[in-house]
Design a protein. Structure first.
Length: 256
């Protein structure tokens, strides 16, 4: 399991990132305590470092020295800007803006931690749909969704390259979208894939408004998947933003 080490003085931001990254399947160590972070950087072998700028502003401090050592050995570093924080001395890093765009976070995590990285969040779900080719329409079932495409089951016999339109609801948003799609691949039922059947579809030239709706819907689905969602609120308000720079996940730090 890939390991991330996250250090920041903003406790609620740490909680937000820890919950989401663990939900995505990563082992995540977080702390705002500088001596503990120094020990973790020195004694563990993280696959990715994520730090707030203020913790690394003093280039002679033990934490900054150890982080620089890890970076020089090839460990990637994401830096999170802080208001009025002096720019750190480190040069080999990439910026992770705060409030965090969850789609940007996903892309960066995939880039540094996965052998075959995905650029888009894809969620497994079940949505009813209608697929139309010319004057013929069939019911379809959406089994997974990203902002760039879907995996569906349908009564149509489809082959790679076929084009059509698909309509499905964004449950919870009281919205329905109609998308032009093109078949990228077909999956035939087989014991090796648990008899999964369907087609992978890419969306053709979705407009900005529709992409925004899909992003909001996917964030809503992710929020509902987070552990403990039915109980106490979990994540800090305004720690996450979508691509339009509007906060979309409004959660709070858990009460003691």
């Amino acid at each position: 399991m890939k390991r991330l080490l996250i250090g920041d003085s903003r406790e609620m931001l740490l909680v937000t990132l820890e919950i989401i990254l663990r939900h995505w399947g990563y082992r995540t160590l977080v702390s705002s305590n500088v001596p503990r972070l120094t020990s973790l950087v020195t004694e563990t072998t993280p696959d990715l470092l994520i730090f707030g700028e203020s913790l690394l502003r003093d280039s002679t401090a033990p934490l900054a020295v150890q982080v620089q050592k890890r970076v020089s050995q090839g460990t990637p570093l994401l830096l999170m800007p802080e208001p009025d924080a002096a720019a750190p001395f480190l040069s080999a890093h990439e910026i992770l803006a705060v409030p965090v765009d969850i789609f940007n976070l996903f892309e960066k995590i995939q880039k540094y931690l996965e052998k075959h990285p995905r650029r888009n969040i894809r969620l497994a779900l079940e949505l009813p749909g209608m697929l139309c080719m010319g004057d013929r329409c069939h019911l379809a079932e959406v089994l997974s969704l990203s902002t760039r495409g879907v995996f569906i089951k349908t009564g149509f016999r489809l082959k790679k390259g076929d084009s059509f339109s698909i309509t499905f609801p964004l449950l919870g948003l009281k919205q329905e979208v109609e998308m032009a799609g093109r078949v990228l691949y077909c999956v035939r039922p087989d014991p090796d894939n648990n008899f999964l059947q369907g087609v992978g579809v890419e969306f053709i030239d979705p407009d900005t408004k529709t992409l925004g709706l899909l992003e909001s819907f996917l964030e809503s689905c992710l929020l509902n998947e987070l552990p403990g969602r039915s109980g106490k609120k979990l994540i800090a308000e305004n720690c996450l933003r979508d691509g339009s720079r509007k906060p979309t996940l409004h959660l709070n730090y858990p009460a003691a």
